[in-house]
Design a protein around this ligand. Structure first.
Ligand SMILES: O=P(O)(O)OP(=O)(O)OP(=O)(O)OC[C@H]1O[C@@H](n2cnc3c(O)ncnc32)[C@H](O)[C@@H]1O
Ligand SMILES: [Mg+2]
Length: 169
């Protein structure tokens, strides 16, 4: 089984490798066709789907996966949000969402004013590779849930749906 994942982000790549441990997982530079910082649930989902479809197109007979992190307002509180998408060799699409937690007001304000969360987190924590490791979710859960662990859950939701629908066909 070959999987193209539309990113070189280490947290995302390692999550896919952990869940699909038998597969060959290959990173690719694809266009998410959304803002580099998605700001709604719909935009974040669209980014994941676009990455998955573009990844699927990079290989003749393989799977495409897209994972996208974003932010969304619930009322006036900004939250982290995350989505994943998987496209099969015969172009079936599966999607799954990940964890959501509120962002502190000081961080939320900077992101609402146009900054990218990854850049804000890098400056605020002085950790230059934070987006590849614990991520914002790791920082604001006191490292109980890392970005990789959060994406593992999303990828398991994709793999599980793939298995369920393959069985019922
Ligand atoms: O190379 P790509 O795959 O784009 O990796 P990325 O780190 O930029 O990841 P996304 O585009 O999916 O994420 C959108 C922004 O949110 C940032 N971010 C950091 N930690 C996050 C977390 O735990 N959850 C969601 N987004 C996070 C991320 O760094 C980006 O600035
Ligand atoms: Mg990005």
């Amino acid at each position: 089984m070959k999987i193209i994942i539309g990113t070189y982000n280490q947290a995302k790549m390692n999550a896919v490798k952990d869940v699909f441990s038998e597969a060959e997982v290959i990173g690719a530079d694809v266009d998410s066709k959304v803002d580099s910082q998605p700001r709604t649930d719909e935009e974040t989902l669209a980014g994941a789907i676009n990455r998955a479809k573009a990844s699927r197109m990079q290989i003749e007979d393989g799977y495409g996966i897209g994972l996208e992190g974003g932010v969304m307002l619930i009322g006036d509180q900004l939250h982290l949000c995350n989505w994943g998408a998987l496209v099969t060799p015969d172009h079936q699409l599966f999607v799954a969402s990940g964890a959501r937690i509120p962002l502190p007001d000081s961080i939320a304000e900077l992101v609402m004013n146009g900054r990218e969360l990854g850049d804000v987190m890098k400056e605020w924590t002085k950790l230059k590779d934070i987006r590849h490791h614990q991520g914002a979710i790791g920082i604001f859960t006191n490292e109980w849930v890392s970005r990789k662990e959060m994406f593992i859950h999303v990828v398991k939701l994709l793999a599980g749906q793939l298995a369920y629908y393959a069985k019922s066909e």
